[in-house]
Design a protein around this ligand. Structure first.
Ligand code: AMP
Length: 280
């Protein structure tokens, strides 16, 4: 990637960065358009990071389409695509220490996918060092990932502004994901219960339910009503520290991980303090 990005650096241009694993969809492209508002030079990385897959068969099955991705990046006006090889990111001769993980990496995905966030933190840290961005855009679909990166950047005292981007959804509400392509049309329909459960959580909290356990149970019951969906976990936690005793005046995170036709999907919503305050 060197020359174009270093051109940007030489010209003192601000680099806005979007790290991805490719198989790009509208969600990724929205991040790129937002990056454009934050930098003179938009850099996108495409790297299917083996270290963040706790399941080797998931890594193998992960969709890859570099030619299609490059075309999409061009259409969106990305200045530079960095699609490194594994040895560029993890040079054999360089012994790199794992990045220390913040507390927010421990629950939820941290429990369900051991090693996942170590892989994410290591690769993002390495990419930040190579790309040297002033800002980087991350999607709220992977909310815990955003929190991990925000804390990592603070810990490493990096001068990178982390920009949160809302989740981009299909017209019926399903969160866009590179993994959706592996669903059959009936699996695709079953998967919609994930979004519907989040919408229910939102609506029962908005209409007065303040009990975390009851919110959790409603989401679980709804998910379990769809036989084609196998729940991995549901959590209702403090959206800042991701702990299970959310205060009424902090936002709550409702987070779901579930398997549909063996494909692991995640989604979440954030309930603002105004929706969860006045606990009885
Ligand atoms: P991935 O290629 O899945 O690693 O995702 C790369 C970036 O795109 C991450 O910051 C994701 O959170 C973000 N992303 C993926 N899907 C969506 C979506 N539906 N809406 C918004 N951002 C997304």
């Amino acid at each position: 990637m060197g020359s174009h990005a270093s051109d940007c650096l030489n010209k003192n241009q601000r680099i806005a960065f979007v790290p991805t694993m490719g198989a790009l969809h509208e969600g990724h492209l929205a991040l790129m358009r937002t990056a454009r508002q934050h930098g003179d030079c938009v850099v996108v990385s495409i790297f299917v990071n083996p270290k963040q897959f706790n399941d080797p068969s998931d890594f193998k099955k992960y969709a890859r389409d570099l030619d299609g991705d490059l075309k999409k990046c061009r259409e969106v006006g990305v200045d530079c695509v960095f699609a490194p090889s594994e040895s560029e990111i993890y040079p054999q001769h360089e012994k790199t220490k794992p990045v220390p993980l913040p507390e927010v990496a421990k629950p939820l995905e941290g429990v369900a996918r051991p090693g996942h966030f170590q892989g994410v933190a290591d690769v993002v840290s390495r990419l930040f060092t190579i790309v040297q961005p002033q800002s980087a855009v991350f999607g709220m679909k992977d909310y815990q990932q955003v929190r991990v990166i925000e804390e990592m950047v603070k810990e490493q005292k990096r001068n990178v502004k982390i920009i949160r981007h809302p989740t981009i959804r299909e017209p019926d509400g399903l969160a866009m994901s590179s993994r959706n392509a592996r669903l059959s049309s009936s699996g695709r329909k079953n998967a919609l219960i994930i979004f519907k459960s989040l919408a229910t959580a939102q609506s029962i909290v908005t209409t007065g339910e303040r009990n975390r356990e009851r919110v959790l149970q409603s989401v679980l019951n709804m998910l379990k009503s769809e036989s084609g969906v196998k729940v991995d976990y549901v959590a209702v936690v403090d959206a800042i520290n991701l702990k299970e005793n959310p205060h009424q005046n902090v936002p709550w995170l409702v987070s779901i991980a579930a398997f549909v036709e063996g494909v692991r999907l995640i989604d979440n919503c954030i309930l603002a303090p105004s929706q969860v305050k006045n606990s009885g």
